[in-house]
Design a protein around this ligand. Structure first.
Ligand SMILES: NC(=O)c1ccc[n+]([C@@H]2O[C@H](COP(=O)([O-])OP(=O)(O)OC[C@H]3O[C@@H](n4cnc5c(N)ncnc54)[C@H](O)[C@@H]3O)[C@@H](O)[C@H]2O)c1
Length: 245
């Protein structure tokens, strides 16, 4: 159990990419971190690196999410922060998309985020902080690699985040999100597999390069920290200028 002054967090998708980087950043900041992922072996590796504990979860499965929050909160003692990077990408062309594919993406990216927010809020005191993970695809309708179902799911995460901020802000729980652009993670490399695809993506970023996962993680960590105390319902672009007007 954490000491009462030690901040605590649950991170979904903590086994890879942005979530893993976030677990390491939070661990270095002194958090007690519950590292959760569908891939338990990956979560265990990250937990060992950040002094946390690993938990298996399928965010698309309601009973699995409830079980995560029960066991992780037992281990943490209290819950100060939640981040929800767990997600999947998709590059199925529009005309080849099936309802089954839509539902798979929606269940993980949108309903998974909803379930985690709901279970976190049940267990948070005023002062609790939540950060979701959308994507520039959710604002631009894709255009980089993600296509219709992925873009729509990330647009839904954006609206869900703002709704949760409205509902829970008056109760003292701050909900915000980040809007990353191309990031060098296993998912990022999966949708930009070739040097040509990466060069194309880089050219879309005014900063001239892709993000390191730690650069997204540090923005999430700030939104989870008391330093962001007056920030609510913000979808913070961490995108190397992609969304600049
Ligand atoms: N990498 C990018 O370029 C990029 C850009 C914008 C937004 N994002 C978003 O950032 C988030 C993190 O992406 P990443 O690039 O770190 O991806 P990643 O694939 O490296 O990591 C995602 C993690 O989520 C886990 N996961 C997948 N389905 C799950 C489920 N049902 N339950 C629990 N865990 C599950 C995976 O096992 C994996 O460990 C995603 O929501 C993604 O959409 C990524």
């Amino acid at each position: 159990m954490s000491t009462s002054s030690q901040r605590t967090a649950i991170v979904t998708g903590g086994g890879s990419g942005i979530g893993a980087a976030l677990c390491r950043v939070l661990g270095a900041q002194g958090y007690r971190v519950a590292v959760s992922d569908l891939n338990l072996a990956a979560a265990e590796k990250v937990a060992a690196e950040c002094g946390g504990a690993a938990f298996k979860v399928d965010v698309a499965d309601e009973s699995s999410v409830v079980a995560l929050f029960e066991s992780a909160c037992d281990w943490l003692g209290k819950l100060d922060a939640l981040a929800t990077p767990a997600g999947i990408s998709d590059t199925t062309p529009f005309m080849e998309l099936t309802v089954e594919k839509w539902m798979q993406i929606y269940r993980i990216n949108v309903i998974g985020t909803f379930l985690c927010i709901r279970e976190a809020v049940k267990r948070m005191e005023p002062g609790g902080r939540i950060c979701t993970v959308s994507s520039v695809a959710g604002k631009r309708g894709g255009g980089l690699a993600g296509t219709a179902a992925y873009s729509a799911s990330k647009g839904a995460v954006l609206a869900l985040t703002r709704n949760a901020a409205r509902v829970f802000g008056p109760k003292g729980i701050a909900v915000n999100g980040v809007v990353p652009a191309g990031t060098k993670t296993p998912m990022g490399m999966q949708v930009m597999p070739t040097a040509e695809a990466q060069a194309h993506a880089m050219a879309m970023h005014p900063i001239g390069r892709l993000a390191e996962p730690e650069e997204i993680a540090k923005a999430i960590a700030w939104l989870l920290s008391p330093d962001a105390s007056f920030v609510l319902g913000e979808m913070l672009a961490v995108d190397g200028g992609v969304m600049m007007d």
